[in-house]
Design a protein around this ligand. Sequence first.
Ligand code: MLC
Ligand code: AMP
Length: 480
Amino acid sequence: MNSPLLPELVAGSDRTALRFAAAELTYRDLNRLASHLADRLRGRARVAVWATPTMETCVAVVAALVAGVPVVPVNPKIGERELTHVVADSEPDVVLSAPNVELPGPLASLARLPVQVSPADVVATPTAAEPDGETPAFVVYTSGTTGPPKGVVLPRRALAANLDALAEAWGWTADDVLVHGLPLFHVHGLILGVVGPLRRGGSLHHLGRFSSSGVGTELAREATMLFGVPTMYHRLVADCADDPALAAAVGRARLLVSGSAALPATDHARLAELTGQRVVERYGMTETLMNCSVRADGDRRPGTVGLPLPGVDLRLVDDSGTPVGALDGETVGEIEVRGPNLFLGYLNRPDATAEVMRDGWFRTGDMAVRDPDGYVRIVGRRATDLIKSGGYKIGAGEIENVLLEHPGVAEVAVTGEPDADLGERIVAWVVPAGPAPSAEDLADHVARLLAPHKRPRVVRFRESLPRNEMGKVLKRALDG
Ligand code: MLC
Ligand code: AMP
């Protein structure tokens, strides 16, 4: 028999599993709601979840996990072009959302099941057999350098192994109460942030959206852990500087964890000064879940993502794929990983899957060095066409393609440049076709077709773009 992914759910205890504002569900109630919905999902190929930061999303996801049906979480701010792609590629046979939500075109035409979050409205259903560990649990869309996003297929085994490895590294138990305001359509907020506490049998208090004051209130109450992207910690630092009560509340946390992008050493140091807390940094990817982390009881050095997690094999390789073993803090290599945390492949894209695998190792594209004690320090990325903004991975090519469709754009190149708040901000370098469109118009165009977080924050108009003799834009020659 397969062991349960969510043991406390099966036990159906009276402990609090989830809280959003005033709404709260115990494991018993969550089990009742999820098993009722799961009964309607069994046998389906894939289910889309309209992933608003709400209780409905969590109940929908848990129901699909109970039924053994893979979930495609959909960004509720997704633009029309990206949504059309996600729906055509993943072919969900049903969509789950809160009742009375108006869904956009490609989702509106699918069969729909409303998600109930009031336990009194449903009858309990007996628990069914636990699906096999290789059963896909999620298909999470992630950007590449070119083309539309790819669906990363994650099996239950990867979730279970990775969440247990994190529990070991962080001393994460059923007594922990996690607070976060992360979106629920990426692995950070959804898998670590929702499935994580549920696997431990602990609680999640979701803020709906991130705010320093929301974090402070929960940490002053009963929350013990915070998960955030570096942009959130950057804002928390600024707010703690102005508000000693907030700094004191943050100081009470058992563990603050940052990931999805590099946490600047300055923010790490400022937060330590203001609150006494040293943030633990971990490093992951949609395709691999988490690879490394500083341990809760380890040396919390800024600028490092710590050691490979238990069960994760990690190596650095040079350009030819030969491992570089030096623990000298200097020799740079690309990070490759293997272990039970890995995905099954990209949906419908065996070509793209083959490209990122080398003899069973996953090529992350991240460049790093290792310190003498084995700590990994990420120093850059192989592809300059991938931008990390606010913790979101964004492919420059995707944005260039939609900007070229704008009638006011003749030529375009998209780059990322350093931004104290977002890590990187998206810059569009545009050669206008006729009178220059406004920067706002171009940002709206990208937000409408792709997603608001992919919009350029800065637009720079040029008469021409620097190109090499092959006609390729020389992005490094673009300057402010
Ligand atoms: C502004 N807005 C627009 C707009 N201009 N909407 C449409 N069209 C336009 N032209 C809206 C936005 O939608 C948003 O709405 C509001 O204005 C503010 O937008 P923003 O400035 O982009 O948001 P901001 O507050 O700056 O967001 C910062 C943030 C966010 C940190 C809260 O970036 C975030 O949630 N990041 C988390 C990313 C994440 O989870 N990554 C994990 C990937 S997994 P509104 O209504 O929202 O205010 C991974 C693996 C791993 O990386 O290791 O974890
Ligand atoms: P995603 O595809 O959205 O899952 O993003 C994965 C990428 O985020 C990784 O390949 C890294 O480049 C980056 N990343 C995640 N965590 C960290 C971290 N702690 N430090 C630096 N980069 C990180």
